[in-house]
Ligand binder design. Structure first.
Ligand code: MN
Length: 244
């Protein structure tokens, strides 16, 4: 199982959740919302576990935490994964749009300077601006669009930039989402929960809930759940093959 976008550090009992993930052998990308959170969050992964911790600065708090960019610089050599980063075009965050762009662009440039990173990217109501910035900094690394909500034209743009997609249950629960997922290249997809923010039946989604996502994805891909799981593992292997 693969949960490529989990806020592991934001569960009420993160150590327990990390330990269960380790026991179940789940591949988890634990994203963080600030560089300072990365320091604690990266300690959650038991040694030899399949949990990796991404260094992030969430667009919704970019204006509050941009003073942590020097800390981002200090930590970026300690990880091959960056996220959650990106832009949020929701009206509640529009007053801080310039801060969001400044932070996202700064991070993309930094990633480029250090040889590229695998990046988990937020693009709510901001797909085109996010893709334009990725295009502007082509050596920033490998973008993995988290909870992609753009349209078909934007999907073609994203594909042309080499974007990957981490797919969660909410994307498979609307007609629009399903249509987009059907158009994604099957060899560029992974699964995610975005837990504990995303909910399943009113409860925070847990990393192992990706099993449901695999089961729902299988008929869309015309595969059994088992071959879907195999495809996702092959994809993950290919994504990280240049990463030590
Ligand atoms: Mn998230």
């Amino acid at each position: 199982m693969i949960d490529f976008h989990s806020h592991l550090d934001l569960y009420p009992n993160p150590t327990e959740v990390a330990s269960i993930c380790h026991k179940k052998g789940i591949y988890v990308l634990a994203v963080t919302t600030t560089p300072s959170a990365w320091i604690q969050s990266s300690k959650l992964a038991p040694s030899n576990s399949r949990i990796r911790t991404a260094l992030g600065l969430h667009p919704q708090i970019a204006h509050l935490r941009k003073a942590e960019l020097p800390l981002f610089d200090a930590l970026v050599n300690d990880t091959k994964y960056v996220g959650e980063i990106g832009l949020d075009g929701g009206s509640e965050f529009s007053p801080y749009w310039n801060d969001q762009v400044e932070v996202f662009l700064y991070i993309l440039k930094k990633c480029s300077h250090v040889g590229g990173r695998i990046m988990s990217i937020h693009s709510r109501r901001a797909t085109t601006p996010v893709l334009n910035l990725i295009k502007d900094i082509p050596k920033s690394g490998t973008p993995v669009m988290h909870w992609y909500t753009g349209n078909k034209t934007e999907l073609e743009f994203a594909n042309s930039l080499g974007c990957w997609y981490s797919i969660g249950m909410p994307m498979l629960s609307t007609q629009k989402g399903l249509e987009i997922v059907r158009k994604m290249p099957p060899d560029m997809i992974l699964t995610e929960t975005d837990g504990p923010f995303s909910k399943i039946l009113g409860k925070p989604a847990m990393p192992w809930d990706v099993e449901q996502t695999v089961n729902k994805l299988a008929p869309i891909l015309g595969k059994s759940s088992q071959s879907t799981e195999q495809l996702l593992h092959d994809n993950l292997k290919r994504l990280v093959q240049n990463i030590i």
